[in-house]
Design a protein around this ligand. Structure first.
Ligand SMILES: [Cu+2]
Length: 206
């Protein structure tokens, strides 16, 4: 329960964005049906990060969440990344790699301009496009990243001075997204009844 409470605290700032995102996603979904059936249907990606998912696993109390929302035109991605119980954060990324497999960095998420660092916490917020892709994704379109995120071939992580290879990690993917999204919804129920109602409605659309 302590972990859940911590997660709830981490997640509360995401709810507003989540509601906007789910509304936008529902709208886009409705529009997408009529116009372009080949369009990606997943517009929201959520993952929770812990030391257990790192390779090799890291024994740490640090936890984090990352939420991504694809723009209606499919070209840019808004994200939020929060982590707590963490010190000396050096970097945070989207990497390519399936569960249990480390892989190359493709999108940097943590920077001085995108993040605020304080009191064992880091909070980041930003937007990226395909122009920000690095490593093996450089020069590729956003749709390639979406495919990787949907197919469980991408993860987020946060690096620290103590764990340069990554202290916490969370796999992105359909299974993980819905598991994490369910957690978000549970937190929403605990945190605010209004938020919970809206979250539940949007969850019913999936
Ligand atoms: Cu990384």
């Amino acid at each position: 329960m302590r972990y859940l409470r911590l997660l709830a605290l981490l997640l509360i700032p995401f709810f507003v964005m989540g509601i906007i995102a789910s509304t936008a996603a529902a709208t886009a979904k409705a529009q997408g049906k009529a116009s372009s059936p080949g369009q990606a249907t997943n517009r929201n990606f959520v993952t929770s990060m812990s030391g257990d998912e790192e390779t090799p696993p890291v024994d740490t109390q640090a936890r984090g969440v990352a939420i991504f929302h694809l723009s209606p035109d499919g070209l840019s991605m808004d994200y939020k990344l929060n982590a707590s119980n963490i010190i000396s954060v050096t970097a945070g990324h989207i990497h390519i790699g399936t569960v249990g497999v480390p892989g190359p960095v493709v999108v940097p998420l943590v920077s001085q301009s995108a993040c605020t660092f304080r009191d064992r916490q880091v909070r980041c917020e930003g937007t990226f496009t395909a122009a920000n892709f690095v490593g093996p994704l450089a020069g590729h379109p956003m749709s390639d990243l979406i495919a990787m995120m949907e197919e469980g071939r991408a993860y987020t992580n946060v690096h620290t001075t103590a764990h340069p290879g990554g202290e916490i990690r969370g796999q992105l993917g359909r299974g993980n997204s819905s598991a994490a999204a369910n957690k978000v919804m549970q937190m929403a129920k605990m945190g605010s009844s209004t938020d919970a109602k809206q979250e539940q409605q949007s969850c019913g659309n999936h």
